[in-house]
Design a protein around this ligand. Structure first.
Ligand code: PMP
Length: 354
């Protein structure tokens, strides 16, 4: 502890990101990256921009990217906010849109960054238990008594992979018009239906997406939010008070090219979905119970084997999966859907271990 730290820093419990091992030749299935590279058009665009142009500051409004996102989703650029990964977009939403005098509600098993942001911004929160099948119960988010200061959940949820149908999302948003509902759609492109269309009808809905998963650009750090222009203006105010240039020139051109390459996006996401279904079937044939997944990962447990031990055994064979030591889910492994070859290697290794 340093005498130079502020009181805020003393009180923080930071987020612990998934391991990014330095060793080559690992089968890395622990942080839900896309197994195929980004669109070649994105790489070409980044190469072209890596030039004398880097002398100049980027466009602080990232207008080209907002336009491209607006075209892709049938909305206007005034409904779009962009940031340095969806983590940063979420941080701005916590700062700009959540009430500080009433608790934020989110599922007890969910993205573990949410309580961290609450700590950072001094927001109180209440967690809402998942049901016995680790699914979100929409009724639990309808107000009965005290109104929430905001609601946030991923759809599909992380780390379970379970999807809430759009009709349930609409019920939650319609039933909580006194606060903002944030739907974190980091994994929606692998089988979910986006709630973006609902933003036209509900000014209290903010939908957050990322280029890190389905666009295979985790290394570029680009995320965005879609909502009513009034919500977007609040996010922009926070951004302009913090860092007017969240997206660098390479990120802007790379993300624009990626979102314009619809054919590559569909082909590579469909490949991941096909591999996921095979992986679920293969894990089931080894005796695993696997939750239904609409994401690029699966959540599975073996009734006879300790998940922590399985993860350690896999690591000895250079295969890395994620194990959470959290009550209710400590018997699960979260396995990113890799290539067919990577998933084949995982199944082969498990066959030997079990
Ligand atoms: N939301 C969820 C549910 C996630 O799992 C992640 C990835 N860890 C993020 C948001 C953040 O992703 P990024 O900052 O790379 O856009």
């Amino acid at each position: 502890m340093s005498q130079y730290w502020s009181a805020v820093v003393h009180g923080l419990t930071p987020y612990v990101p998934g391991e990014q091992p330095k060793l080559a030749n690992l089968v890395k299935l622990n942080t839900n990256e896309h197994p195929y590279g980004p669109s070649p058009r994105a790489i070409d665009a980044i190469r072209a921009e890596a030039s004398d142009a880097l002398r100049l500051y980027p466009d602080p409004t990232a207008e080209r990217l907002k336009n491209a996102i607006a075209v892709r989703h049938g909305i206007t650029p005034r409904q779009v906010f962009v940031g340095n990964g969806s983590d940063e977009v979420l941080a701005h939403a916590f700062m700009a849109l959540l009430k500080h005098d009433r608790p934020l509600r989110f599922p007890d098993i969910s993205y573990s960054f949410y309580p961290v942001y609450c700590g950072l911004y001094g927001i109180t929160f209440e967690t809402v238990a998942l049901d016995e099948n680790l699914a979100i119960r929409p009724d639990d988010y309808l107000p009965n008594g005290d109104a929430a200061g905001g609601i946030i959940f991923p759809n599909p949820n992380a780390p379970t992979g379970r999807l809430l149908p759009l009709a349930d999302i609409e019920r939650i948003v319609a039933g909580n018009q006194q606060c903002v509902v944030v739907v974190d759609e980091a994994y929606v492109d692998f089988g979910g239906e986006s709630a973006i269309a609902l933003t036209a009808r509900y000014p209290n809905l903010l939908v957050v997406q990322t280029f890190s998963k389905s666009r295979s650009l985790a290394g570029l750090r680009v995320g965005f939010a879609v909502g009513h222009p009034d919500l977007i203006e609040a996010l922009d105010r926070v951004k302009d008070s913090f860092n007017s240039y969240p997206l660098d020139r390479l990120a802007i051109v790379g993300a624009v090219a990626a979102i314009e390459d619809e054919e590559y996006f569909e082909r590579t996401c469909n490949a991941v979905i096909r591999t996921r279904e095979q992986l679920i079937a293969d894990l089931a044939s080894l005796g695993f119970e696997v939750l239904p997944s609409a994401a690029n990962f699966v959540f599975a447990r073996h009734p006879a084997r300790d998940a922590g031990e399985l993860a350690a055994e896999l690591r000895k064979q250079a295969i890395i999966v994620r194990h959470f030591r959290q009550p209710r889910i400590e018997q699960f492994l979260r396995i990113t859907v890799g290539t067919d070859a990577q998933c084949g290697a995982l199944i082969g290794a498990l066959r030997k271990i079990l």
